[in-house]
Design a protein around this ligand. Structure first.
Ligand code: APR
Length: 261
């Protein structure tokens, strides 16, 4: 494993592998959105939500018990996300998709929608999207009616309490995106795991699936994770710095700079 710390310079061998890859798959976690000011999932919550543990709020049981509290938590997170802007890490992944037409799959655990706002077209949202609301009875995405100021709002169709369109602990991930994510992990030449602690399955299994299928594994994270020792390249740093360097190196612009020369 090549370990690159400090200000990230990419090993020549990694640049060669990036440039030779026919298909690249990327898994992102909340660390990729951290530089947009969206707290990572396991970072301490702030303000009035400080005393709540996300693991206790992001569950069907919490919603059954106190739908108002859970809806207000998600409203607070939505406002955070709406104020956030995509960062250079998001932009780099959108550029990778544009340049690797057909040879690139972006898989995210993030529910903030920042990849799409950065221009990524095809995003596998394994844990849903906080900006969408779902009717749990009709199982359809619903826009709450403008004049419904109840908390939570009710489905205009059947009157049920709406919920955020996200996957809660204990719930199944959307089958389609999950199958496509595993297919991408098995079929890629190079897999990048960026900004995730790698603690939550099944998403955390994807990099190992890629390794088993012979892919080169790159991790981008300022900290060690359970994946680090398995990675061919552990880039110890911020996604907002590493991803633009990877993209510049892959497509040749300022190649010397991305190699830290
Ligand atoms: N660049 C890259 N990585 C970063 C950055 C950064 N600027 N800042 C923090 N990180 C790393 C942290 O070191 C940590 O390993 O991002 C990771 C964030 O880990 P978590 O907070 O556990 O978030 P994530 O891995 O996305 O959680 C996965 O778990 O709780 C569920 O559904 C929730 O989608 C979430 C899933």
């Amino acid at each position: 494993m090549a370990y690159c710390g400090g200000s990230i310079s990419l090993p020549e061998s990694l640049v060669d592998k990036l440039r030779g890859a026919r298909s690249i798959a990327v898994l992102t976690g909340s660390g990729v959105s951290a530089e947009s000011g969206v707290p990572t999932f396991r970072e301490a919550q702030t303000g009035l939500w400080e005393r709540y543990d996300p693991h206790e709020l992001a569950t069907p049981e919490a919603y059954q018990r106190d739908p108002k509290l859970v809806w207000e938590w998600y409203s607070w997170r939505r406002e955070l996300v709406e104020r956030a802007a995509p960062n250079p890490g998001h932009a780099a992944l959108a550029e990778l998709e544009r340049n690797l037409i057909g040879g690139f799959v972006l898989i995210t655990q993030n529910v903030d929608g920042l990849h799409r706002r950065a221009g990524s077209q095809h995003v596998l949202e394994l844990h849903g999207n906080i900006m969408r609301s779902l009717c749990p009875i009709e199982e359809v995405i619903v826009e709450p009616s403008k004049d419904d100021d109840s908390i939570p709002p009710s489905c205009p169709g059947c009157g049920a309490f709406l919920r955020p369109d996200v996957v809660w602990f204990g719930e199944a991930l959307p089958a389609g995106p999950l199958e496509e994510a595993f297919r991408a992990a098995r079929g890629c030449d190079l897999f990048i795991s960026a900004g995730t602690s790698g603690l939550v399955h099944p998403a955390a299994s994807l990099p190992f699936e890629a390794l088993r299928s012979g892919a080169v594994l790159v991790e981008i994270n300022p900290n060690d994770t359970p994946l680090t020792r398995h990675a061919d390249y552990a880039l110890r740093g911020r996604a907002g710095e590493a991803l633009p360097k990877l993209v510049a190196a892959t497509f040749g612009e300022d190649r010397k700079e991305s190699l830290g020369r």
